[in-house]
Structure formats: structure tokens, C-alpha cells
Design a binder for this molecule. Sequence first.
Ligand SMILES: [Zn+2]
Ligand SMILES: [Zn+2]
Length: 341
Amino acid sequence: MPPKRKKETPETTRKKAKKPDKALTAQTMNLSRYIGAHVSASGGVQNSVLGSIRIGANAFALFLKSQRKWVSPALKDTDIAQFKILAKEHGFTMILPHGSYLVNLANPQEEMREKSYACFIDDLRRCEALGIKYYNFHPGSNVNREEGVKFLAGNLNRAHRETSSVVLVVENMAGQGNILGGKFEELRDIIANVDDKSRVGVCLDTCHMFAFGYDIVSQYDKVMSDFDEIVGRRYLAAFHLNDSKAACGDKRDLHANIGVGYIGLEPFRKLMNDERSIGIPMILETPQEDEQVWADEIKLLESLIGKQADDPTKAKELSKSGLKDRQAQKVKADKKKIRSG
Ligand SMILES: [Zn+2]
Ligand SMILES: [Zn+2]
């Protein structure tokens, strides 16, 4: 039983609702795309809304509790109320929380699987308390992939029964080791084992997709139509927008800023003009030293909407700035290949 909370009416909380600080960039109105970043919720979930306003986002992701702890204190009623008020006032409908990194719903060990499930269901209840429709999580890992898929889907079915509305959005992975969900076929198998198909979806992370071996640089159209064919476009619920410091097929999960990694700007231009990206959250998880980086990346991505061809000057400039990083990662990857024979 969660501790009893003091009741607050929306009117009393409204007076206390924080005003956003001065924005770094204004939100673009009436966009067909919902672009944001995985922003900080430290100090209270409501701060994620304020952070998103500052960077001119119209969507966002957040952690609903510490992502590296199994148990966290419950959300405060006042924070929940402020979150709802701010999200409504600023028109945020595309909110995609990210699950804890500790959770592995496919774990072969029952005890760890149960511990994961407890953490997972707690997050889903937080979503429902905040009025959030979608929840993004990693599929987990298991040496026996088939068993892993069954355990995972079983837990998703259980979570569906124990909640009423939240849609479970599984993220594609870069495919390192025994991590599930790199291959489209594996995502398809997970969904096939879920009973309530109306409450399951997929988030495609561009970096993970590319690192796994889906070459969106030279075969964007083929990769995306393969997804439609194998998984089904109806399940596409979100994108994570990340360039990759690792080359295609390296199976290493190293996010880079948009345009500076091995993906480069052009596939993002294609994505921003792909009808698949209309009306769903698109979330940056790119490295940033300060919020300005995301404010600029959001504006850059928005500028690609409606563009028929890449701006070669901008693409070159970005690519050049990431050259050293790409070369360093290539050296690392080559060394690893030599070691593993
Ligand atoms: Zn993720
Ligand atoms: Zn991601």
C-alpha cells in the first residue's frame, strides 16, 4: 500500500506551479512531428516539463524514478499535480518515460525476474498516476533467446492485467551479447506472445538499429519497409533519435550527436520526411554538456522537415566535427575483432 497522501485540489497547486525559466529557444507551433529529448526529472517529475519548454521541445522522455535503484520513494502528490498542470498548459501529449536499466524481464533466474517485474510495475503505476499513455523499456537478456522472449512476453501480459491503460513500448537494441530485441524478427516474436496487441508497441532507436546492422545510411527505405513487413507499422510507437559512434553492425551502443556519427545527417532528413514519423514521439538521447545542444538539435531536425535533399555544407560540417570520435571508435572495434579472432 502506498503511503496516504495529503489531498490537494488543482486550484491550490496551480498557485504553486512553477513558472518555466526563460527558454533557450521557442517551441515551434503546429508541427507534424513531436521532437524532444530525454530530459532530467531531478527535483521532481514536473521539472521534466520545464526542461522541455526551455529547449523548445514538443515531446519528451524522462525517468520516473532513479534508474539505477531497485526501490525509490513514491511520487509526491504535489509533484504529480504540477506535472499534469504544466504538461496540459504547454500542450505536451507525447511523453515517453524510459524504464530502469536494472530491469530484465527476460532473466532466466526467477528471483531476479520477479525483482525486475516489481520495479517495472511500479513504473507503470507511476505512468497511470501521471496520465502518461506510453512506457518505453529494454527487452532484457537471456542466453536462451527463445526462453527470454517467453519470459518477457509473459511479464508484459501480467503487467497488462495489473494496469488499465498504459501501452508497453519495447525498444530495439544494438544486439550486444545476449541482449534481446536487436533483430526485427525477435521484436515480432515478443509481440506475437503478447495477448493484448492494442497495448504493445515498438520504439525504434536509430543508433541501436544501425549498430545492430540495419544500414539506414545506404538502405533507409529497405530497412524501414522490412520493419513494416516483419514487425508491422501499426506497432511503431516512437523513435529515439541518436547518431552512432560505432559503425554499422558493430553491435555497440554508443550514441553520438545528430549528424556527427556514422549515420550522418541524410538518414535523419529521410526520417523527418517519412510519414512513419508523423504523430509519434521522437526523442533525442544524444550526449550533451548543456541544454543548448538539445535546443539546437531540435531546431536542426525541424529544419529538415519538408527538405527534399540534404544541405551538403551543414552535413559536411557536422560530419567533420565527429571525425576524430569515429576514428577512435573504429580503432577500438578493430582491436576487439582481432582479440575475438
Ligand atoms: Zn533505451
Ligand atoms: Zn534509446
